[in-house]
Ligand binder design. Structure first.
Ligand code: ATP
Ligand code: MG
Length: 427
């Protein structure tokens, strides 16, 4: 019979890789907690309308990347392609933004986009997203960027990432720029790539994002968005840069950075790396002051970002930043030699787990010959084997056997075992 396969672009996370994911998630959640951000969780499935209304009808995501289907009740549902829209929806529905409350939130989980699967680009991928609501001033934009910078520092990734920064201004500033850009690009319609030609009428700013070489060449002489910024956006952007300078975060101004979603305004940023080929953006975000109102709430300023877990794990591996302490191997493998010892062994193992919860203790299950058990202990990668035979059990003793170094086996009183192990594993 043919084996059933997973869906293309939707990967399993195997035990060999899960320790790295957990390390990344743990580090992120610690950093976020140190800035007093709180976790929020919301469903993976939402009404299609939510994403259409927030992300925008003429974006890549809504035009061609969403997993949308009708449920049994003929309601159009979509597997979330990103988290911001759902986060805003959840906040509004639960009154978290009432009375202009400030909220600092984060979430993590799978996102779904129908894309061409390749390294660092999947159909089910995972993001950690961070959103801050209720503060209009650029100090909170800076705070979000500081969070990411601290994270790269802790993960050892800072030498491999660059912060790209831009301000895309208010809707009005963008409308003025749009007119100027169109005027310029209309001279070169025939030379633009197909996607960009289509975007001339739908979403011309997105043309700045084009990866097409010829289009990029044409864009070199195009008007620059920065020259069209409104006064407030301009001064907010200056303040943001000043704050980043103050805390020593370097950035590269990129006037062509526009971001793929409709809801952004003012600050936009991306952390990019040259270590992952075409999938070089590991974290991206910006301000989206209009979105809350667009989704039916009272206006509330907001700014956020999302990072891709797969890409960050690839980057950690690529740059040799997987901590050597990360392992799925047990510290201790418990071997039982003798029928009488069986019950005593289980009791000793359970007591150890209570006393030393940080130790990974694998207990041999399924019986079998002593030699076979010892081989299992060796293969497990454990540092030591605890061996309990009938004789030791009768004397309330246990043998400590070193598996990774030439060292005499040691016999220890069960009452002192936890203390001994603590010494062994702390040194
Ligand atoms: P790209 O330009 O690479 O398609 P994007 O602008 O569509 O990215 P965002 O919507 O800003 O991406 O998502 C934030 C982050 O999530 C990205 O910077 C990236 O790290 C990650 N990400 C986005 N799409 C995917 C995907 N299909 N597979 C893996 N990671 C992804
Ligand atoms: Mg994309």
């Amino acid at each position: 019979m043919a084996k059933i396969q997973s869906i293309r672009g939707m990967n399993d996370l195997l035990p060999a890789d899960s320790a790295l994911w957990q390390y990344l998630e743990r580090t992120v959640s610690q950093v976020l907690s140190s800035y007093s951000y709180q976790e929020i969780r919301f469903p993976i499935l939402e009404q299609t309308e939510l994403f259409k209304r927030s992300i925008g009808e003429v974006t890549d995501i809504v035009e061609k990347e969403m997993y949308t289907f009708n449920d049994r009740n003929d309601e159009s549902l979509t597997l979330r392609p990103e988290g911001t829209a759902s986060c805003v929806r959840a906040c509004l529905q639960n009154g978290l933004l009432d009375n202009q409350q400030v909220q600092r939130l984060w979430y993590t989980g799978p996102m779904f986009r129908y894309e061409k699967p390749q390294k660092g680009r999947l159909r089910q991928f995972h993001q950690i997203g961070v959103e801050s609501f209720g503060v209009a001033s650029p100090d909170v934009d800076a705070e979000l960027i500081m969070i990411t910078a601290r994270l790269w520092q802790q993960l050892g990734l800072m030498p491999y990432v660059t912060l790209e920064l831009n301000s895309i201004g208010t809707l009005e500033a963008r409308a003025n720029y749009r007119t100027a850009l169109l005027e310029y690009l209309n001279q070169y319609v025939d030379q633009l790539d197909e996607d960009s030609q289509r975007r001339l009428s739908s979403n011309p700013l997105r043309i700045l994002d084009s990866k097409n070489v010829q289009t990029q060449q044409i864009l070199q002489q195009a008007p620059v968005l920065t020259d069209y910024l409104d006064e407030e956006s301009r001064s907010d952007f200056e303040q943001l840069k000043q704050l980043l300078d103050e805390v020593g975060i370097q950035y590269r101004l990129n006037p062509k950075l526009v971001r793929g979603l409709d809801y952004y305004s003012k600050t936009v940023f991306e952390w990019v790396t040259d270590q992952l080929g075409a999938q070089g953006t590991v974290c991206a975000g910006g301000r989206y002051d209009g979105l809350v109102e667009q989704l039916g709430g009272k206006p509330s300023p907001a700014v956020g970002f999302a990072m891709g877990i797969e890409r960050l794990c690839l980057l950690l591996a690529e740059t040799g930043n997987i901590p050597s302490t990360l392992t799925n191997q047990p510290d201790i493998y418990f071997v039982v030699a003798g029928d009488q010892a069986q019950l005593a062994a289980v009791k000793i193992a359970e007591a150890l787990r209570t006393e030393l919860p940080a130790l990974k203790l694998m207990f041999h299950c399924g019986g079998g010959k002593f030699k076979k058990q010892l081989k299992k202990a060796n293969d497990s990668g454990a540092v030591i084997a605890l061996v309990l035979g009938d004789d030791e059990a009768a004397l309330n003793q246990i043998n400590v056997k070193w598996l990774r170094e030439e060292r005499e086996q040691q016999t220890v009183a069960v009452a002192e075992l936890a203390t001994q192990l603590q010494t062994i594993f702390n040194s």
